[in-house]
Design a protein around this ligand. Structure first.
Ligand code: ZN
Length: 310
C-alpha cells in the first residue's frame, strides 16, 4: 500500500476500486460513503450482527517516536491530548484505509459514574469511558478541510475498562487534569511516544461509517474500534469528572446516546480468537464472509454519518 500516494485523494470510485482490487480485497468500505442516507454515530456494537471481513493489516508509522511537545487541554467539552513532532507526525495506512491518515489529537468521553461513559456500547452495555484518537487524511492538509470530505476523518476507538491498578501512562494525562479544571486552559506535559497509550492494533477491530453533526453541517467519520480496551482505575476515570465546562459546571457526562443501527453493516476486520481481546466474546473463526457477500451487503446499504465530537 506504500505506493498509494496522496494524489489518490481525488481518485474516482472506479479508480479506487481498481486500486483496491489490485492490492487485495481492500475497500469497498469507501463505497459506503458514496451514498445518500445519513447514519449517525455512536452505535451499539452487537457481535452477532457484525460481518467478518479480511483486510490487509493496518500499518502504524511513527507512533513510537516521542513528540517534541505535548499538552493537555480542557476544551469545555472534553480533555484533549495533542502534540508536536520535530519530524513527520504519526500516521496510519492500509487496513481499510486508502491513503495516509495523520494523528491530530486524542480525547476522552466519560459519564457521571462507572456504569456509563462510553459512546459506543457493546451488546447494549456501556463501559466507563472511551478514548477517541482523531486522524485526518494527509492530502487534505488540515483537519478542518478534511472535515468537509467524505473520506477525511478516521477515528480510532479505545474503550476504557476498569482495573484495580492505575494505568501508569494514562496517569501522565490524569496528573495534568488538576491544572486544566477550567475550560479553555492547557498544561504542557513531558512528551511520551503515543504508542504507550494508543496501542497499535492490526487485526480484530470493528469498522463502520457514521457521522458527526455540528450546528450547520454533517461530518463523515470512519470509526475503527479495537476489541482490546485500555485498563484504567476507577480513581483515574473519576478525576475526569472534576473538569469544568465554559459555564463553570462540572463536565460529568460528555457521551452521546447511541443511534439506531438502521441495518448498517458493521464489519469485524480479521476476527481473532486471541484471549487478549476481552471486549467482546470470541467470534467463530470459520465465519469469514466472502467478497461477493460483502459486495451484496454494500450495494443495498445506504450510508452516511452524523454526530458531534468536540
Ligand atoms: Zn469523541
Amino acid at each position: 500500500m506504500s505506493t498509494m500516494s496522496d494524489e489518490q485523494c481525488n481518485a474516482t470510485l472506479a479508480e479506487r476500486e481498481e486500486f483496491s482490487k489490485a492490492m487485495s480485497d481492500v475497500p469497498l468500505i469507501w463505497d459506503l460513503l458514496n451514498t445518500e442516507q445519513v447514519f449517525e454515530s455512536p452505535i451499539d456494537i452487537n457481535l452477532s450482527q457484525t460481518t467478518p471481513l479480511d483486510l490487509p493489516p493496518l500499518k502504524w508509522e511513527n507512533f513510537g517516536i516521542p513528540p517534541r511537545k505535548m499538552k493537555v487541554t480542557n476544551t469545555g467539552h472534553t480533555v484533549i491530548l495533542s502534540a508536536k513532532w520535530g519530524q513527520e507526525r504519526p500516521y496510519l495506512t492500509d487496513g481499510p484505509l486508502v491513503g495516509k491518515y495523520v494523528f491530530s489529537q486524542l480525547h476522552l468521553h466519560w459519564g457521571t459514574n462507572d456504569m456509563e461513559g462510553s459512546e459506543h456500547t457493546v451488546d447494549g452495555g456501556h463501559l466507563p469511558g472511551e478514548m477517541h484518537v482523531v486522524t485526518f487524511k494527509s492530502c487534505y492538509l488540515t483537519q478542518e478541510s478534511a472535515l468537509k470530505e467524505k473520506d477525511g476523518i478516521v477515528i480510532l476507538v479505545y474503550m476504557l475498562k476498569l482495573q484495580e491498578k492505575p494505568n501508569v501512562v494514562f496517569q501522565r494525562l490524569v496528573e495534568a487534569l488538576k491544572d486544566v479544571t477550567q475550560a479553555h486552559t492547557s498544561k504542557k506535559i513531558e512528551p511520551f511516544a503515543l504508542s504507550y497509550l494508543v496501542r497499535e492494533f492490526v487485526v480484530d477491530y470493528f469498522t463502520y461509517c457514521g457521522s458527526v453533526s455540528t450546528d450547520d453541517c454533517i461530518h463523515y467519520v470512519m470509526w475503527l474500534i479495537t476489541r482490546v480496551p485500555i485498563g484504567v482505575s476507577s480513581t483515574q476515570v473519576n478525576s475526569l469528572r472534576n473538569l469544568m465546562d465554559g459555564e463553570g459546571k462540572l463536565i460529568q457526562r460528555n457521551f452521546r446516546a447511541t443511534q439506531p443501527a438502521m441495518d448498517r453493516p458493521v464489519l469485524h476486520v480479521c476476527p481473532s480468537t486471541s484471549k487478549y481481546s476481552t471486549l467482546l466474546p470470541v467470534p467463530k473463526p470459520d465465519s469469514t464472509t466472502s467478497r461477493e457477500d460483502v459486495i451484496k451487503i454494500y450495494s443495498v446499504e445506504r450510508f452516511y454519518i452524523q454526530s458531534n465530537d468536540e
